[in-house]
Design a binder for this molecule. Structure first.
Ligand code: SF4
Ligand code: ZN
Length: 355
């Protein structure tokens, strides 16, 4: 006998990874969207009249985010102005193709689109950067530049907020990585649904509690147009291990992902641990928690033909500083951190600390 949907009388066609419920397609869509709506309302993510940029890569997470936010904005009359904001890193054979997907999404969802490129902002494409730095620290450059590029694009568009498609699996991975690195100070921030709320440009993660498997299911059953190829420069290292570990845990206990996020939220940060305070870079004027932002440090390294500046071990950075080869202070010499970038971008953070 066919299994019936747990919410209506129709035939169930899937088992929700998050709850194990058997559901029909329509009830799954409804449950998925309502959970995102509840997250938005509970965390008070938006106010009527806000202009919100959706960081759009053409991948499944940001495509489903754009579709869901548009749906909820209409269903619940959030009164948001939504804009797609894409970053072109200049990766031939990857980003050029995924941007074609974003351009189709723009037509399909009837949302404005702005594309901002590394080439126009920094004078370098990722293809150029990989030629110079190789495949070891490329994601450090890419992640730092992407983060700033999104900020710069959002400021150009005068938006009130940026939303990104980071999902529960991404956040659980970041929690595990911060624990493995002993970076407890960052735990609270990496689990926060909104960061930078006190600065000029808050960033929100409406998919904080949304499982990746359900995003894939939603995209599949809705027949959304998204790009699923991996970046050709993806190193698949450190984050990859955290990902495999969490997938193993999830197979035994599906709630592991949410449990890890809750643990990260609850872990106490010692009083004496100072969290970075958001200010602006004295060189480029964009958001930074250091006097000179990481993007400026990395860019100077590239332009001087010394691409390892800013990604080295603290004592080596100090030596270079003493030699006058770098200009930044080293209050926080681990320039490699980039908590919120794509999966690959954090993947080799550990490796990035080595010259
Ligand atoms: Fe950039 Fe992500 Fe590719 Fe690394 S994996 S080079 S961060 S797009
Ligand atoms: Zn700067």
């Amino acid at each position: 006998m066919p299994v019936k949907c747990g919410l209506c009388e129709k035939k169930a066609i899937l088992k929700r990874p998050k709850t194990g419920d058997a559901l029909c397609k329509d009830c799954f869509f409804w449950a998925f969207e309502e959970e995102v709506h509840k997250t938005i309302i509970d965390a008070n993510l938006f106010s009527p009249g806000e202009v919100v940029a959706i960081g759009a890569s053409g991948g499944k997470d940001s495509t489903v985010l754009a579709y869901t936010l548009k749906t909820l904005n209409e269903r619940y009359d959030y009164k948001l102005d939504l804009i797609l904001l894409s970053v072109d890193e200049g990766i031939t054979g990857y980003r050029d193709d995924s941007l074609e997907t974003v351009k189709r999404n723009q037509q399909q969802y009837e949302l404005p689109l702005k594309i901002i490129s590394y080439k126009e902002l920094y004078g370098w494409t990722m293809d150029d950067i990989v030629k110079q730095v190789g495949l070891k620290n490329n994601c450090t450059f890419c992640g730092v530049f992407r983060r700033q590029a999104l900020d710069r694009g959002a400021m150009l568009l005068k938006v009130d907020k940026i939303v990104t498609g980071h999902n529960a699996d991404d956040i659980a991975e970041t929690v595990i990585m911060n624990i493995l690195r002993g970076d407890i100070a960052r735990l609270k921030r990496c689990t926060a649904i909104t960061t930078g709320a006190d600065g000029a440009l808050p960033r929100c993660k409406p998919f904080k509690y949304t499982y990746e498997k359900e995003i894939v299911m939603y995209a599949y059953f809705k027949k959304l147009d998204y790009f699923s190829t991996e970046c050709i420069y993806s190193p698949n290292a450190y984050r990859g291990h955290a990902r495999t570990y969490i997938k193993d845990l999830e197979a035994i206990r599906p709630s592991s992902i949410i449990d890890i996020i809750h643990s990260g939220e609850c872990m106490a940060v010692k009083k004496e641990v100072k969290l970075p305070v958001q200010g602006t870079c004295s060189r480029c004027g964009y958001i930074s928690s250091q006097e000179v932002c990481k993007a400026c440090v990395l860019l100077e390294g590239l332009n001087k033909g010394l691409p390892k500046l800013g990604i080295g071990k603290p004592h080596k950075v100090k030596k270079l500083e003493a030699q006058g080869k770098i200009f930044t202070d080293t209050k926080n010499p681990k320039f490699v951190e980039n908590r919120d970038a794509d999966k690959g971008s954090m993947a080799n953070n550990a490796a990035a600390l080595d010259f």
